[in-house]
Design a protein around this ligand. Structure first.
Ligand SMILES: Cc1cc2nc3c(=O)[nH]c(=O)nc-3n(C[C@H](O)[C@H](O)[C@H](O)COP(=O)(O)OP(=O)(O)OC[C@H]3O[C@@H](n4cnc5c(N)ncnc54)[C@H](O)[C@@H]3O)c2cc1C
Length: 816
């Protein structure tokens, strides 16, 4: 082995499938001066014992993108790098036991089709045609994925490593990184072979990522589960069938029973995600060893018994097979089960590509995404679902990670219904009036750890988890959401909104700097406005409200979940010698929304404010003797104010408003009602309607672009796009929907072709219609055009609406 160089452009810590893919993709991007450090042999972590399944299925658009990319890379990788490997594309059958499961499959078929993949729904007869050993009497249908298959994880890693080496990148095996420190603009990584300096560093240490993260002052939100599969000996019927057919059986996933079953040579491989699962290295009597390379946990057959019995009933030939081997290895989990790929929060020039639960099927795509983050600072696809900054400090708490990891693992194949709230790891951050909201019937979900009421139940409402197991609009929540919307429209509603992210920017030059970053005008002191931040390609990075207090002094307010993401965007673009400061003051403040025609009368009773001040103004005021900033805006689209307060004054202010509001018909309303109200106004939501998948012009945000400014970030790209013509446009659609409103990424159809996609959908109670926001081919984005929306497999007529709100198009109620 050659000597460790003293310098490299990038150092990757960890040589599993993901680290190797990151190195390969960096080299492919021309960054060949990169070094990978592996403490043992390549694949020594989770990779060596992985089953190697390579599905493309995901109900997440970005993860499907990543997996689709992996599968297509793996098809050609052997030839590309001259390293033949075992990759079998067998197809897979995902069994559906319920109507809801089939709806999920149909949605994924639609998404897959949009990504160029020909997924299909199978009837029980068709399943048996592809899988003759299958019991189908209790099944409603199945999803067939012809691209699914399995790969040898070690060969995959070696192939990626060879490809990277051939391009000039270097790999040092048996060379652990032992620490990291920052010196000037460089990272210095220590190893027993000496130190190596680099511009950028990547934590790809798999289930050791938390340990590696600590050197950077970063607590990686993760935990480790034990994951098993059983290998069976030859099954004569299977061997005979396979010989005659000339191929293997498709991989079977019984997702409702929670396992996969794969043909392995002439035997089988059964891998469950047990509900009675087990975490490892989470208690003092089970410490994580310094080195677990190429080791396994002891077999735990008891945990698998239920799954074995279930699989034998499903595929009876399995009952005759002898057990040949068990594998029980460590698999890392982040609290939502998605990996961490992207900038390491708060740490300059450091990145994460770790905590993969499906790191074999995702390695290819993850390497591409990671390399884009490192070389370009941005990614082709919006990758928020895997962005490490989606978690903030609260999520590093070990108990939280364990509770969520266990929950996700035990429900790895679960459907994620829109009205369901996963119960583990809750109540991390509570509003000072949480108990009052709860007593009023609040049904909560967390936003960046903050519990917010989604809707308010009445006594007798069905609050069981079972009631939420539906994609339908209808449910116990529906009459309540409708009542809440009516209260906001006819009287007044109050919504406690803790955790709004808030940054204070103050000091000379702050206004000019902000102007250079946002596409539009900076509001004048005393006013508030929406601001859009674009990247150099003109794509939507984020949206924030700018509350201008004074020249060079303002608050930027943004989504709860955007806290770290948006703060980093600002910090990254702040000139080093700037005279102004940016502080994250999220935890000091809170917000309550008071909205509806009676909100002025309510405020008049409790505050000294000038309530004649118009829309988009703000003013300091007193309520119940406490300071607040009254902001005349309403995401609900009614007369209303956001009442920003010190967090400790939340209760006093709520109590005063609540008492005064009773005779004015004040009701509490939740996030569900707010979402319905905002969609009628065509207001966009972050990371659904607003993402880096779209440019500011595609997003229909032209009125927030000030072309007269000499320059702003993204201007050149947006000017080019304007000249060339925008290919797709944001539209508001009314949909003649059935029982379900359009979920994110439902495809739009016209003339038998897919012509766009939805970015969000909901029922509008004020207009009595199903509404979808989406992106449509520009030539069709004309009011009155009739198209179709595919919702869970069925197509429904939809009509493009005029550009502007569907409800109160002239904003008269807002300005009242
Ligand atoms: C039983 C089982 C079956 C699985 N089956 C599948 C499957 O079918 N499909 C699928 O997609 N996924 C599967 N997985 C998950 C998959 O194994 C992982 O997601 C994947 O291997 C993660 O790859 P990685 O490169 O991120 O991490 P790892 O493979 O764990 O690699 C991390 C590497 O970092 C090295 N390292 C750690 N610390 C240091 C240090 N300080 N210095 C240098 N090197 C360091 C380690 O030695 C290790 O080699 C399975 C997992 C298990 C346990």
């Amino acid at each position: 082995m050659s000597a460790l160089p003293s310098h490299a452009r990038v150092v990757i810590i960890g040589g599993g499938a993901v680290g190797a893919s990151a190195l390969y993709h960096l080299a492919k991007a021309g960054w060949t001066d990169c070094v990978l450090l592996e403490k043992n042999e390549l694949t020594a972590g989770s990779t060596w014992h992985a089953a190697g399944n390579v599905p493309t299925f995901s109900s997440s658009w970005s993860i499907m993108n990543m997996q689709r990319y992996s599968a297509s890379l793996y098809r050609e990788l052997g030839a590309l790098v001259d390293y033949p490997m075992n990759y079998h594309v067998t197809g897979s059958i995902r069994l559906g036991h319920s109507k809801e499961r089939l709806q999920e499959f149909k949605r994924v078929v639609g998404m897959g089709r949009y990504q160029g993949m020909d997924l299909d729904i199978l009837s029980p007869d068709e399943m048996r045609g592809k899988y003759p050993f299958l019991e189908t009497h209790d099944l409603t249908g199945a999803l067939y994925d012809p691209y699914d298959g399995d790969i040898d994880p070690a060969q995959l890693t070696q192939a990626l490593a060879k490809g990277a080496r051939d391009m000039g990148a270097k790999i040092f095996r048996f060379c652990p990184a032992t620490g990291a420190r920052r010196e000037g603009e460089e990272w210095v990584i220590s190893t027993p072979e000496g130190e190596i300096r680099c511009e950028k560093v990547v934590n790809a240490a798999g289930y050791y990522a938390r340990e590696v993260g600590k050197w950077f002052g970063r607590e990686v939100p993760m935990m480790v589960m034990s994951h098993q599969y059983i290998l069976f000996e030859e099954i004569p019927e299977l061997a005979a069938w396979s010989k005659e057919a000339g191929h293997k059986l498709p991989l079977l996933r019984d997702v409702d029973s929670s396992y996969y079953l794969r043909q392995e040579k002439t035997g089988m491989n059964l891998g469950p995600y047990e509900r009675n699962c087990k975490a490892h290295w989470v208690t003092p009597d089970d410490p994580m060893p310094d080195d677990f390379s190429f080791q396994l946990f002891p077999d735990d057959l008891d945990r698998l018994e239920w799954y074995l019995n279930d699989a034998v009933e499903r595929v009876p030939i399995l009952g005759t097979a002898g057990l040949s081997r068990m594998i029980n290895g460590p698999i890392p989990y982040a609290p939502d089960g998605n990996p961490l790929i992207g900038p390491m929060p708060g740490v300059p020039n450091a990145f994460e590509a770790c905590v993969f639960t499906f790191g074999i099927c995702q390695a290819g795509g993850a390497g591409k995404v990671l390399a884009e983050w490192v070389t370009e600072g941005e990614t082709e696809w919006d990758m928020w679902s895997c962005d490490p900054r989606r978690y903030t400090r609260f999520a590093a708490d070990k108990d939280y990670c364990i509770a969520k990891g266990m929950e996700i693992y035990g429900h790895e194949y679960a459907m994620h219904f829109p009205k369901h709230a996963w119960p583990a790891g809750r109540d991390r951050k509570l509003s000072p009036i949480h108990d009052r909201i709860k007593a009023l019937g609040g049904q909560f979900k967390p936003y960046n750890g903050w519990e917010r009421a989604m809707w308010y139940a009445e006594p007798g409402d069905d609050l069981s988890e079972e009631a939420t197991q539906t994609w339908n609009r209808e449910g116990p929540w529906r009459p309540r959401i409708e009542e809440e919307c009516r209260a906001v429209t006819e009287a007044a509603g109050i919504l406690d909104l803790p955790g709004f992210s808030r940054f204070r920017v103050k000091g000379e030059g702050a206004t000019a700097w902000l102007s250079s970053l946002i596409t539009g005008k900076v509001p004048k002191p005393g006013r508030i406005g929406l601001a859009y931040f674009a990247d150099d390609k003109g794509r939507i990075v984020t949206e924030m409200s700018v509350m201008m207090l004074d020249e060079d002094f303002f608050f930027l307010i943004t989504a709860a979940t955007a806290q770290w993401h948006d703060f980093e965007w600002l910090a990254k673009h702040r000139p080093k010698d700037a005279a102004f400061t940016i502080d994250d003051v999220t935890d000091n403040f809170s917000c309550q929304i008071l909205s509806g025609p009676n909100s002025r009368a309510i405020l008049a009773e409790v505050s000294d404010a000038d309530l004649s001040k118009g829309w988009l103004t703000h003013q300091p005021a007193q309520i119940a003797g406490r300071w607040c900033q009254l902001v005349r805006v309403s995401f609900a689209g009614e007369l209303g104010w956001e009442i920003h307060t010190k967090i400790e004054d939340t209760a006093a202010i709520f109590d005063a408003l609540w008492a005064a509001g009773q005779k004015h018909g004040l009701k509490p309303f939740g996030m569900e009602a707010l979402d319905s109200l905002r969609i009628e106004k065509g207001y966009r939501a972050w990371k659904g309607d607003l993402s880096t998948d779209y440019t500011v012009l595609q997003g229909g945000l032209d009125r927030f672009v000030d072309w007269t400014k000499p320059d702003f970030k993204g201007k050149a790209a947006l000017e080019r796009e304007k000249q060339q013509g925008v290919t797709k446009r944001f539209v508001l659609l009314t949909v003649e929907a059935g029982e379900c409103d359009a979920p994110y990424m439902s495809t739009l159809w016209h003339g038998g072709k897919v012509v766009g996609e939805t970015t969000s959908g909901n029922w509008g109670y004020r207009v009595g219609k199903s509404i979808a926001l989406g992106m449509l081919r520009t030539d069709l984005a004309v009011p009155g055009t009739e198209i179709e929306v595919e919702i869970y497999g069925d197509r429904f007529k939809a009509t493009v609406q005029p550009d502007g709100p569907l409800f109160d198009p002239n904003n008269e109620r807002l300005r009242a």
